[in-house]
Design a protein. Sequence first.
Lengths: 255, 323, 291
Amino acid sequence: MILDVQGIEMSYGALKVLHGIDLVVEKSETFAIIGPNGAGKTTLFKVLTGEAMPTAGTIRHNGQDITKLPAHQRARRGFGRTFQVARVFNELDLRTNVVISIESRLRYSGGNPGPWWRWKPSRDVQAEADEILDRFGFPRRRWNDEAGYLSHGDRKRLEFCVALATKPEVLMLDEPTAGMSPSDRKEMTHLLARLKAETGITILMTEHDMDIIFELADRLMVLNFGEVIAMGAPGAVRDNPTVRKVYLGQDHQHA
Amino acid sequence: MNRAAQAALLLFLLLFLFAPFLVNPGLVFLAGFAMIQIVFALSWNLLFSYAGLISFGHAAFFGIGAYISAVALRDGYEIHFVLLILVCAAFGALAALLVALVVLRRASGVQFAVLTLALSQLIVVLIGYSSLLGHDEGIAAIPRPAIDFGLFTVDMNQPLTSYYFVLAVCLLAVGLMWLLAKGHVGRAMRAVRIDAERAAFVGIDVWRVRVIAFTISGAFAAVAGAMLAPWSQIITPDYVNWLQSAQPLFAALLGGAGFFWGPVVGVIGLSGINYLTRTFAGLSEVLVGASLILVVLVAPQGILGALKQLARRRGGRTPGGHA
Amino acid sequence: MTTLYLYAIFNGLVLGAAIFLVAAGLTLAFGIMKIFNFAHGAFFMIGAYVAYAVAGQEASSLPLFLAAAFIAALVVGAIGVVTDLAIFRRLGNVPHEYTLMAAFGIMLFCTGAARIAFGQSVHAIYPPQAIGGFSEIGLPVSHYGLFIIAAGIVTFLALEIGLNRIWFGKLIFAVARDPWMADVVGLRVQRLKLASVAISFALAGLAGGILVANQSLSLDLGHSYLLLAFCAVIVGGLGSIRGAFIASVIFGLAESLNSVMLPTMPGIGSYALLIILVLIRPQGIYPELSQ
């Protein structure tokens, strides 16, 4: 197992939002956390990324306790992430966005981003950035555009490039298709499926869109009021009566 | 950067290169002073635009360089002047590193601004105590060195030589800062400024990048100070106080803080205002103050930002065309 | 020896009250506008010049002296309203570094305008005869010092009661906390904000009018108290009146005792104190509104 999470509790003052969450993520699987609004998904996700410190519990990565590691050290251990509202380096062009990520990886992984006085990224870095942008469908003519001018869907894709450029072992996605148009959504699902098939990367995600979850997730966990009410393969979870009641029930209503 | 801005910068460079043949000695002195302020302002902007830290006490590092250089020249230390500049840089870097280690741990935003301001005022107070540093009167009549480079000697007592030596050192400092800002260290710094959290999640150690930026910035500020001592031949605590600390801030804001060359445009603009209003006390402050307010309200990207926008509007499609 | 220390403590209290008179408007402005007003010292100086213009070098009576201070408060308050309408109000969407710079610009503008209007000369100003004397109670106690302490305490109580007890203060507080919500429940946010901005600037003018005596009035007048007031506001907790009061007294005493205990190193105590206090408690004594 790549990620072993035990007994995560989280309270804000008197309000307890997570009641002892356990979960295990295996290598190369896609694990999804779902649940109705206010179930604690976002809080759990924040705890897993290191943005929030849990009140109790431990997170182990390959057997080592990383509960208290700050974000940059988690990133260096092989965690990559995206945000619900995509965050990229707005004022910089697409290429520089990816280059920053690659150079950061080279710096901490013993590689060499080149001497400080080189005002252009080294040829290897440049080539790698171009390859990533190309793989994610950005045409060459747009590589020098400022990231701030991208559409929402394109920003999400660029954020993906930035996250993957550190070659993470685990990719953590916070609602990867939130706020996207149906066509962008389809494209993103496609992209994730391809990424999974090609690289065997481990993915941990939260998502609202059930179709995407059932298409991508190998296993999923349903949260309600800060507790796990079901965990397992998508088919089994879908047929679970409790889940139907609290979650899919709602979904059917407005379908 | 668009063509108009490039042309303007080239013009400025040419003006600085040929200033001694174009204008009177008074203006040549101001040109040298402006070049030193440019180095100082760029060092501050390295911190602001590239690491997202706003220091209100940057004159402290400038002052460290100025006073070390002034004392060494006055007391005739047997030290090569180029080495002296490096010593100043080292002390500036060390002081900045100490400040960064202490201040960056705990303070941010307004607290950071006021703490840096207070630390620099502390230096002013300390200078006031010291008879070595000439108390409140400062150090005057600083001799200019004759610098031996083996094959040739640069005698700063010759006005022309002196000017070109200052120009050369300033160009070198600006060049080094440019390389640094455009290289991978500069990219990491910009990433931290634009979105520190995003930067952390690609593995950048935000705190460390900020400390490094602060240290480097302190070193360059000290180099600017070190050049001022032989150029103006007088160093007073006024070069360390908060008004001096505010100069790069004004310059960067006026020229365009988001651009590497913004402070250059700003310093030249400010020098122009100061020169043109020199006979009318108070007017320069009114004009500089008003233009600062105007910039913040109307064109937060400064002169270069306004030029860029103009070019974009005229060109029709934005560079990020499909937005 | 004890007399010396007692004297230093008295002076420290006077200085603390003086710092608070400057810091009060500064911290109030931060609480309401979320702007750290670097220009506060310039408005303080304008207040001092206005009071001088009204009462002259030595006010002939205490009422005239007080009237001059209040006129200074009114004038500076009015300038503050104009500044708010013309500048501060438009800074809502500007990153906070830029609002600091705008305030710096205002300061420079005011200093320059004052230089043009009042000239470079330095005037010596004396308190009116009624509070110009000394009482000997084992040590000489200046009446003017007692007056400043009283002014500081009155201002503190007025603000403290005004902000916590009466309706106007509660409204201001509500607006400062959550302008959007205040708007929803029907408070006239803009008008209230304007009123409180006027008060915070008027405080700067009042401080200028009161503190100008026994000082040499020059364009640098603002600086002497301003830095200490900055320190007090930061250490007290941005936006907190109570914190600013406590911190002002602490800095006043530090500054004054510094001159007795380390006579060879004047002015170092408050900076050292600031650095230590900020490192121990960066959010301030009362971190009320600073989040």
